[in-house]
Design a protein around this ligand. Sequence first.
Ligand SMILES: [Fe+2]
Length: 352
Amino acid sequence: MNDGHSLVETPELAALHRRLAEYSLGGHWQSREKNPELVAHVWPWSVIYSCLMESGDVVKLGGIDDAAKRRTVQLVNPSLTNKKATSRTLQMSIQLVKAGERAECHRHTAAALRFVVEADGTAYTNVEGEQMLMEPGDLVLTPNWTWHDHFNPGDKNVVWLDVLDIHLSNHLDAVFQENYGEGPAQPIVKSDGYCKQRLSAIRPRVKNASNAALPYTYKWRDTLRALQDIDGAGGNDPHDGVLLEYVHPLTGGPTMPTIGCWVQWLRPGETTKPHRHTSSTIYHVVEGEGITTVSPKKTAGKELGWRSRDCFFVPSWNWHQFQNTSKKDPAIIFSVTDRPVLESLGLFREEA
Ligand SMILES: [Fe+2]
């Protein structure tokens, strides 16, 4: 491999470079701009939340001059401030819908999901006509190009994490967005739980099931029970504790083609073994406290200390390991990853 630096720029080579540039060509030996290295980072919930509440006072939902008309505080990787992005592929933001507010109906090619943080169960996301009620810990999918709107008829705030594959779709020049033409909300034609019933293990026959994501809700009570049961049965992964994937209800494959959702349970005092893989992960601590040690090299890592509701990011191919610093309580962490993209393209690799 020629890295270009060893080439002495003779007058002839300089002339060739000028000529190449003139015709919008380049030599393989010439250097090029590298992607900035992404950094591990923690966003404390106390800071996210206070900024979000402040945004509730100063940013009126209906007044946002943007097709999306959403009030969110976005997590920005310190290496991607120019793109305002959490990772190269995914965006995690925290959305606030105050009592009586509605986030209007639209659809977009970016796939999205919501993980509920604060709610009393009255607010809902309407996905393709289904009223999906939102309780803390619920995961609600709004697959790409599905109509969705949010409404909070209660008297308290509703707060959730929004995750979109927007940077990936943007990179692929495949971003389309459309506002619903018949008013701020689509009609509710299916009651809460419809998708789960139609897509559960006993269901009407589905013809031609594909890996395309489906509107779907994973209720926290089911997630928590699964974590507790599998922990009780000793289903522990050395690198992640009890690690569960939110699978596609028909194929058993990843949650969505572009975003995988996972939840893990670290036992009191547990420290996992380090590993690394080519996929980047954004974490949200559901409950508990601990430290994730992250390092691009196997030596001295950066310690990300976290507590309930904090969010943190581990870049691709960085060694990482988890420690639950509580001696009496488990730690539960929800995460989203671009791993399905890497796996489907044959680019996933892992080292323990
Ligand atoms: Fe949206």
